[in-house]
Design a protein around this ligand. Structure first.
Ligand code: SDX
Length: 393
């Protein structure tokens, strides 16, 4: 094999690209989008402004922001044929599977998105379309699961209110937008918006490097995010906390299970490939969890179990030695649940938040004209051997 192959399973020490989008420092627990800290953006910005910042590199002027928001409003509706695909899914279809299928179907509906040499206006339209349609797809996947009528997008509402209304409203009743829910949702979406070269973003980049369309690349990212070691962890955390509660709330028993090499059980929502300190997003989400539950008057016993697990793990040698801290997924499910979002929609919420990051990274990879991703391997199979006919085996 020509040249030296460096083996790095899981790419723990491999840089796959250069990027100007997101900076994170795992030791110091720093996360910035285009130079702005997530603390400032979560406090002062809104999700569509952060989407614009990630994708176009600068905070938008008022005029640019208004155009971006209005262009998105125009495209929030789903083509009747996409609605028909959605209605073809059984009610037990997992919303992440529905979402990745519908997003990929956008390539069929808008074949011009396949053109790798599309004009920048064409790429802008592709970006606006998926930013606008993903919330509708997500909310309708949920309604399809319930067997409830779809609630159409309402262009008089802002992004978060429009989404929560499509998720929770029913035709027979008026729907009151809840500012507490929408403020928490806005914060959560901003905190999930990008995270440099994580598993699903690397998937979007490598699929896009083959000049697959934006929609096919995003659909691949959704599938990677679904894994319980990645975005699927927020659903796995709540299921774990529920199991601990059902099992009497004995957190020590589960910490011991997590430390037992012979037990495949892991403390979901703990540990991170890059953060060897507190995940800065977990800090903000933990604070928001307390505030949201108090404002909504929700007393969720799994929050106390989560806090008990965190306190015990932070002083446990096994976790301290391996620098395992709560990550973004540890507390987010508690807020989603308080907002009335069902567990199997938690990773869909992660995908909604991560969408602008995926788009920004796909766009940067294309603009930098990066080569197709094609790693090598160290071969460990058989040497050459002669074929043996069937009647002699
Ligand atoms: C996300 O990359 C990103 O940026 C992802 C993300 C994003 O925004 O895109 O931040 C979102 O995916 C957050 C992570 C969500 N996943 C989970 O919460 C699942 C539980 N966590 C892990 O499985 C694990 O910590 C990972 C997957 C997050 C990181 O895995 P690594 O970096 O490959 O670390 P590892 O599996 O090699 O573990 C190192 C050691 C091992 O012990 P030893 O073999 O050295 O004795 O730590 C142990 C592991 O057994 N370990 C855990 C553990 N996580 C690591 N032990 C118990 N419970 C855990 N959660």
């Amino acid at each position: 094999q020509s040249g030296v192959i460096t083996l790095d399973p899981g790419y723990k020490n491999t840089g796959s690209t250069t990027s100007a989008i997101t900076f994170l420092d795992g030791e110091k627990g720093i996360l910035r989008y285009r130079g702005y800290t997530i603390e400032a953006l979560a406090e002062k910005s809104d999700f569509l402004e952060v989407s614009y910042l990630l994708i176009y590199g600068e905070l938008p002027t008022k005029e640019a922001y208004d155009k971006f928001v209005n262009d998105i409003k125009v495209h929030t509706m789903l083509h009747e044929d996409i609605k028909a695909i959605l209605e073809g899914f059984p009610s037990n279809a997992h919303p992440m599977g529905v979402l990745s299928s519908l997003v990929c179907s956008l390539t069929a509906f808008y074949p011009e998105s396949l053109d790798p040499n599309r004009s920048s206006d064409g790429v802008y339209l592709s970006i606006i379309r998926i930013l606008a349609k993903l919330p509708t797809m997500a909310a309708w996947a949920h309604k399809n699961e319930l067997g409830h009528p779809f609630i159409y997008p309402n262009n008089y509402l802002d992004y978060c209110s429009n989404f929560t209304r499509m998720m929770f409203a029913v035709p027979a009743e008026d729907y009151e937008v809840d500012p507490v829910v929408n403020d928490a949702l806005n914060k959560l979406l901003i905190l999930h918006a990008d995270h440099e070269q994580n598993c699903s973003t690397s998937t979007v980049r490598i699929v896009g490097s083959a000049q697959a369309s934006l929609y096919a690349s995003i659909s691949a990212g959704i599938n990677a995010l679904w894994g319980p070691l990645h975005g699927g962890a927020n659903q796995a955390v709540i299921e774990m906390l529920e199991n601990i509660k059902a099992d009497g709330g004995d957190t020590k028993k589960y910490l011991d299970k997590a430390k037992d090499k012979n037990d495949p059980f892991r403390l979901m929502g703990f540990g991170h490939r890059v953060y060897k300190n507190f995940d800065p997003r977990a800090r903000i989400i933990k604070k928001a969890a307390d505030q949201v539950l108090e404002k909504l008057g929700v007393n969720d016993p799994v929050l106390e179990i989560a806090k008990g697990l965190e306190e015990a793990a932070l002083v446990d040698e096994y976790f301290v030695e391996r620098k395992l801290y709560p990550n973004v997924d540890f507390y987010s499910g508690i807020i989603y649940r308080a907002m009335g979002i069902p567990t199997d929609m938690f990773t869909v919420m992660f995908a909604l938040g991560r969408l602008p990051g995926w788009i920004a990274q796909w766009k940067e990879m294309r603009e930098n004209q990066e080569p197709i991703g094609r790693p090598r391997q160290i071969y460990t199979g058989n040497n050459e051997r002669a074929y043996i006919p069937l009647d002699q085996r």
